[in-house]
Design a protein around this ligand. Structure first.
Ligand SMILES: [Zn+2]
Length: 323
């Protein structure tokens, strides 16, 4: 059997196995030989195909959310559940900040822009895009699922427009809410950063398109109304050739969802609305068997809601072999 060259081996890897080390030109063999030295830092990437679309999961980083950030359950209950699921850390529940890049070979659409250092250990999204060979000015559009700081911080980190070529899509209800001075003055301290960032995003992105309701962005990429977590909280459905993926942003938080809908995240200002949407969405997702991408679930955040003997739970999807 002829020996495969290293290049041939790398190009023969299934899409899902692409990793920062390989793309960055760090040969696997050399990494093994240098095992005693400082480990190579690998930027995590995961890719799936949805028809003609390549969807790449990227992550801006992580933060540990204190156990008292989950109204509806006591901190002790949240901690106990986190320990049972191996997501407990010293200072809380480990949250990822995942973003998703949709590429149809023509346009590159990014869903969310990350916290960019405004929370926890974040700010890695530009580096992840660089591993894919992309500069921020090569992104054609950014869909922001809602105007919390961990989803839009990267748009304006450093006080400038970081995606100068991108169309920006945000639901009008969120734009209205987060730029309303009356809402801002009545809001708690921990939401002030989001209000301040929202003003900056609107100022620095004159091409912002405020959207009303569900619509298509490009053929096969459409907005889904998931109001609740915020007034204009949206999801993004990617659909082609009978396959689909729905990016649901903050519909699902680790540890507490989808097992219950009467438990919340601190940043949710309208708990009744958040509960109503989860009460509707979880059973629907389970009956559809929809492939889901969720911002804060363990990387790459891909999975399904399944009804297991009457109890909703998260089932991690096999992201490497979706063809
Ligand atoms: Zn979030």
């Amino acid at each position: 059997m002829p020996q495969l060259s290293r290049r041939a081996f790398a190009s023969a890897l299934p899409l899902g196995l692409l990793g920062g080390g390989l793309i960055g030109g760090v040969p696997a063999v050399a990494a093994t030989q240098n095992i005693a030295k400082t480990p190579v830092s690998v930027t995590p990437l995961a890719q799936i195909r949805i028809g003609r679309f390549t969807v790449t999961a990227l992550t801006d980083g992580y933060a540990d959310m204190p156990y008292d950030y989950f109204p509806g359950r006591s901190p002790a209950e949240v901690e106990q559940a986190a320990v049972a699921q191996f997501t407990a850390r010293q200072s809380g529940v480990r949250f990822l900040f995942n973003q998703y890049l949709i590429d149809d070979g023509d346009r590159r659409i990014l869903i969310d822009a990350g916290a960019a250092g405004s929370i926890g250990q974040t700010g890695k999204l530009p580096q992840a895009l660089a591993v894919l060979g992309l500069r921020l000015d090569q992104i054609d559009a950014v869909i922001v699922t809602h105007m919390h700081q961990d989803h839009m911080g990267g748009l304006i980190a450093g006080g400038k427009n970081n995606y100068p070529k991108a169309e920006l899509y945000i639901d009008r209800r969120d734009v209205k809410h987060w730029t309303d001075p009356a809402k801002r003055s009545g809001a708690p301290d921990y939401l002030q950063t989001s209000f301040q960032m929202a003003d900056e995003v609107v100022r620095l992105y004159p091409r912002l398109q405020s959207m009303d309701g569900e619509r298509e962005i490009v053929r096969g990429v459409s907005i889904v109304d998931l109001t609740g977590h915020t007034p204009g909280h949206i999801g993004v459905r990617v659909e082609d050739e009978g396959k689909s993926l729905i990016m649901v942003s903050d519909m699902i938080f680790p540890v507490v969802h989808p097992g219950a809908t009467d438990v919340f995240f601190l940043f949710e200002q309208d708990r009744a609305a958040a509960k109503a949407m989860r009460d509707r969405f979880f059973p629907l997702a389970a009956s559809e068997g929809a492939l889901i991408a969720a911002t804060h679930m363990p990387f790459p955040g891909l999975g399904r809601v399944v009804a297991d003997r009457g109890q909703m739970r998260w089932e991690v999807a096999d992201w490497a072999l979706q063809d």
